[in-house]
Write a new protein. Structure first.
Length: 574
C-alpha cells in the first residue's frame, strides 16, 4: 500500500488536534455521555473489553457533522464514564478525495487462540468484522470485483490492542454477497455481529438482510472463511429495515442452568408505538451454535408463525438505536451502548460542532415478570464518581398541583418512588418536571399515569423543538407497580437528554431534549388529586470532561498522535 500523501496526513492531524481544542462546554454538550469532540457520529461499533480497557468504536465522519465519509472513530475508558478519544481507527479509503470504500457497522473480538493467524510473537490479535460499502464498481486488491453500491463483509486486525488496524486486503471482502436465494439483496446486506461460541468451538457471525427482515447466521473456525448455517426472521416488528443485529446469552432469573439467548434488532423506521423513526426490539429464544429459535409467548395460547407475541422494545423512547454489546466480558455478562438519536431528525438536531451522543452503558439481564421473560436494563457507568452533592426527601403526601424542589441542575441521577395504592394516591398522574423555566414555558415532564399504568416522557415543551415536526411528542412505556404498590423511576438527566428506567429496569425511555440554559428548575407535579408515599434520592453530577471548559482525558496513546496516525494511514490508504 502507498503512504498517505503529506497533504492528507496534515488534514487528518489537523482534524484530530481540533478534537482536543473543543471546550466541551457548548450548549447541549453532554457532560457524562460520550460525544466526539467534533463531527458526525452514529452507530456504536466494535465494542470490546480488552486488557482492562473498554473500547468504543463508532460510525464517524471526519469531515463534518452530517453523515458521510463513514469511518470508524475510536474512544476508550476504564470506567464507562470518562472517555479518551483517539485517532480515527478505520479511515474511509480515498478520503479526503473520492471514496472507494466506507467502513459501516461491525464488531471487534479478541482472538486469544490466534485462530485467524494474524497474531505474531505471542501477540493476541483483535479482529474487526465490518460492512464494506463500495460507492463505485471496482476490482479490489484481493482480485474480487464489486459493484457500485454493494455492501459486503470484510475484516481487519490490530496487533497493538486496537489502536491501529490493518485491513485483510488479501481476501476482503470475506463474505462478498448474500447467499441464494437472496443474491439480489447485495445493496442491503450489513452489520455483522461476531462472537465466540465455546460449546461448538466456532466463531459466529449474525448479519442482516435488511429489507427482508432476516438475520443470516454464519460459522467460522478462523474468522476468514465463513459458512452459512441458518437464517432467522421475519418476526415481530417489521415496520422498517432490520439493522445492527446481535444475539447474546443470558441466564433467566439468575439461573445459570437456564440460559436464554436474546436477539437485539434495530428497525428504521418502525419504532415503538408513538415513535416516528428508529427503534430497537428484542426477541428471547434459544441458540445451539447454528440456529436461533424464538420462544413462543407463554401468555398466548395460539401463536402464529409470523407473530408469536407482540414486539418487545428495548426502549420505548425515540432516541435509542443500534444497541451493541461488549465482547470480552464474562460469558453471561453483557453491557450495551446505543446511539441516542433517531434517523427521523438525526441530521438536523441543533448541536455543533458535533452531532449525536451515545447512551449510558447498560447492564442487561433477564427476569420473569408477569409470566414472561423480560429484558432488564440497569445503568452501569460510574456516574457516582461525578457526584458533587446529594438531595433526599420524602413526602407523606404531595398535594394536587406543582411543588418546587431544590434540584435546579442540568445533570442529575435521580430516583423517584411513590405509591399506586388507592388509599394513598388519588391522582391521575404524578412525576417530576426538569429543566423548567419559572413560568413552565420550557419543561420536560417525566411521570406515571395511574389509570393506564404507563411511564411517560413529555418533551413537547422541552426547549428547541423547531427542527422537526415530530419531535414535540410524549412517549409511553407500560409499567405495572411492584408487588408492594410502589412505582419507581430512575432518571439520568444530561445537558441534552433524559434516560428513564422504570421499575427494576424492565422498561426504559430515552429522549433527546434541547433546553435553553435559563431553564433549570425542578418541580414535582400531581394531577387529578394527591399522591402519597413519595421519596426522592438524587445525585447532582459534575462533568466527565473535568472542570467546565476542560478538554477530554488524554493518554499516552493520544499524545503520540503523529506516530499513530502515520501507522494507521499506511494501513488504510491505497
Amino acid at each position: 500500500m502507498a503512504f498517505l500523501s503529506g497533504l492528507a496526513l496534515a488534514l487528518v492531524l489537523s482534524l484530530f488536534r481540533g478534537v482536543f481544542a473543543q471546550t466541551y462546554n457548548e450548549i447541549y454538550r453532554p457532560q457524562y455521555h460520550f460525544t466526539p469532540g467534533k463531527n458526525w457520529m452514529n452507530d456504536p461499533n466494535g465494542l470490546v473489553f480488552h486488557n482492562g480497557v473498554y473500547h468504543l468504536y463508532y460510525q464517524y465522519n471526519p469531515d463534518g457533522n452530517t453523515w458521510g465519509n463513514i469511518s470508524w472513530g475510536h474512544a476508550t475508558s476504564t470506567n464507562l464514564t470518562h472517555w479518551t478519544e483517539h485517532p480515527v481507527a478505520l479511515l474511509a479509503r480515498g478520503y479526503p478525495g473520492e471514496l472507494t470504500e466506507a467502513f459501516f457497522t461491525g464488531t471487534v473480538v479478541a482472538d486469544p487462540q490466534n485462530t485467524s493467524g494474524f497474531g505474531t510473537n505471542g501477540t493476541v490479535p483483535l479482529v474487526a468484522m465490518y460492512t464494506s460499502y463500495y460507492p463505485t464498481s471496482q476490482t479490489l486488491p484481493s482480485g474480487k470485483s464489486v459493484t457500485g453500491g454493494q455492501q459486503a463483509q470484510s475484516i481487519a486486525y490490530s496487533l497493538d490492542d486496537g489502536y491501529t488496524w490493518t485491513t485483510y486486503d488479501a481476501a476482503n471482502p470475506v463474505i462478498p454477497t448474500p447467499p441464494a436465494p437472496y443474491e439480489d439483496q447485495w445493496r442491503d446486506f450489513r452489520d455483522p455481529f461476531i462472537f465466540w461460541h465455546d460449546a461448538t468451538k466456532k466463531w459466529i457471525s449474525v448479519i442482516s438482510v435488511s429489507q427482508l427482515h432476516k438475520l443470516l447466521i454464519y460459522t467460522s473456525s478462523n474468522l476468514k472463511q465463513w459458512t452459512l448455517a441458518s437464517e432467522f426472521g421475519p418476526l415481530n416488528a417489521v415496520g422498517g429495515v432490520w439493522e445492527c443485529p446481535s444475539i447474546v446469552p443470558l441466564p433467566l432469573d439468575g439461573d445459570e442452568t437456564n440460559i436464554k439467548w436474546v436477539a437485539q434488532i434495530g428497525l428504521n423506521p418502525g419504532g415503538p408505538p408513538g415513535v416516528t423513526g428508529s427503534g430497537t426490539q428484542y426477541i428471547v429464544g434459544t441458540f445451539d451454535g447454528t440456529r436461533f429459535v424464538a420462544d413462543p409467548d407463554p401468555l398466548s395460547p395460539a401463536p402464529t408463525s409470523t407473530e408469536p407475541h407482540g414486539p418487545n422494545w428495548m426502549d420505548y423512547g425515540p432516541d435509542f438505536y443500534a444497541a451493541a454489546t461488549f465482547n470480552g466480558l464474562p460469558y453471561l455478562s453483557h453491557l450495551n451502548i446505543a446511539w441516542v438519536n433517531n434517523w427521523q431528525y438525526a441530521g438536523v438536531i441543533p448541536t455543533a460542532p458535533w452531532r449525536s451522543m451515545m447512551s449510558i452503558a447498560r447492564r442487561i439481564s433477564l427476569k420473569t415478570i408477569g409470566g414472561r421473560a423480560v429484558l432488564i436494563q440497569q445503568p452501569m457507568a460510574d456516574v457516582a464518581s461525578l457526584q458533587t452533592k446529594t438531595y433526599s426527601s420524602s413526602f407523606a403526601t404531595v398535594a394536587e398541583g406543582n411543588q418546587l424542589i431544590p434540584l435546579s441542575e442540568k445533570t442529575l441521577d435521580v430516583t423517584v418512588s411513590f405509591s399506586d395504592r388507592a388509599a394513598v394516591s388519588s391522582s391521575s398522574q404524578f412525576g417530576i418536571i426538569l429543566r423548567a423555566t419559572s413560568d413552565l414555558a420550557q419543561q420536560t415532564r417525566i411521570g406515571y399515569d395511574f389509570s393506564t399504568k404507563r411511564l411517560f416522557v413529555d418533551r413537547s415543551k422541552s426547549g428547541n423543538i423547531s427542527f422537526d415536526g415530530t419531535f414535540a411528542s410524549t412517549y409511553y412505556a407500560p409499567l405495572e407497580p411492584a408487588s408492594d404498590g410502589k412505582v419507581t423511576m430512575r432518571i439520568l438527566l444530561d445537558w441534552s437528554s433524559v434516560e428513564v428506567f422504570g421499575g427494576q429496569g424492565e422498561v426504559a425511555i430515552s429522549a433527546q431534549i434541547f433546553p435553553e440554559d435559563n431553564g433549570i428548575d425542578a418541580q414535582l407535579f400531581s394531577s387529578g388529586g394527591s399522591t402519597g408515599d413519595v421519596t426522592i434520592d438524587a445525585k447532582i453530577l459534575g462533568s466527565a470532561w473535568g472542570a467546565p471548559g476542560a478538554p477530554p482525558t488524554t493518554s499516552s496513546t493520544t499524545t503520540r498522535t503523529a506516530t499513530t496516525l502515520t501507522t494507521t494511514m499506511r494501513s488504510f490508504s491505497r
